[in-house]
Design a protein around this ligand. Sequence first.
Ligand code: MEV
Length: 430
Amino acid sequence: MDFDKSKLPTHSSAIDANVSTPGAVSRLPGFYELPIRERVALIGRAAHLTDGELSKLNQFGALNGELADVFIENAIGTYSLPLGVATNFLVNGIDVLVPMAVEETSVLAAASHGAKLARLGGGFFTSASEPIMTGQIQLFITEQCDWQEILTTHKSKLLEWANRGHDSLIARGGGARDLDWHFIKEMNALVLHLYIDTRDAMGANIVNTMCERVSGILPEILPCEIGLRILSNLTDRRTAKAECVVPAKAFDSAEFRGDQVVDRIVKAYQFAFYDMHRAATNNKGIMNGIDPVLIATGNDWRAVEAGIHAFAAKSGRYLPLAVWSKTPEGDLHGEINVPMAVGIVGGVTKLHPTAQIALKLMGSPNASKLAQIIVATGLAQNLSALRALASEGIQRGHMGLHQKNLEMLHRSIDRNPVVHTTARVGASRT
Ligand code: MEV
């Protein structure tokens, strides 16, 4: 059914006047206060959207308009992505379905193929660190003092202060655990790192609240001015690791012997190790596996992206995120160990109905298990890409799927304007 613009409620004349003033359409005072349908009507007029376009904005999918409005400000609709399930994943001996929300052809097929190869060697073996987040408090010392001595003396008081008011986190086994500091002499700034166990939460709010709280008492113990107080997305104390071994014979094909492919994959890894341009593309391939699971489960993929790329450059040189080597038996060994700050409680994860379903598909993991499945998916994706690149090349499989999807799309449009999913072609290959 098409959306009828004329049935929309009227909106404030101030905004209306603004919209009718050429060049003023981005100045919309009070826009955020309007009900979502009124915002849509207003934007529709300003951007000359057709009834058909407006009706697309008014389809909220699993996320109703009310939730869209709760999640963000100025909401006018939702943006749909295909949601698929990567198959063949065996993680620590347990079968797992991996939900992935992504627009790119061949990502699901590649993840499933990588998992199928890893399965031949027993699947992925994973582990994770404790969920320790890092908060930063920047200080400027205003008078000469022995700040090392002062901070050492007051450390336990500061940690106790950080934990005040977080009884439920502490009851769940979390809380502020440790504190250390370093000096940035170039800007005369002292930086405190507060390490907080946020359990099943990603924890950004907990960390930021604790940093602000601790900064409140710092001037009482130190002559200082407070600078920034914010979490670090380089969560290098909250990491997850996955490993796999693929028997060389799994790579046998009409064109290549398995042992040749193993050698070529190891060389492909070395290429990324020595060449930053290749490392970026290699790591993009790993994020092809990681981001879609983060999105499907309602996690903050920008935070994980930032953390992972900073981690990749921690040595001073941007490096590939996964390491591939040949075992003494001649098989392929892969390993990834990266920051992975994800949660299953709080925020979007809890409220988004599809994120809830995605978690259920995975067997309702806790945050640690989720982090482990995510890094295993990144490793599977990298394995699949490197296998293709090191043998027949990426285009045969990728373009094959892409072309088939396009053909199916055109056939489907010819028959019926309601287009059926194109993801079926990719999934059927794995
Ligand atoms: C494409 O989305 C990802 C790849 O470029 C990754 C890689 O080159 O390793 C295939």
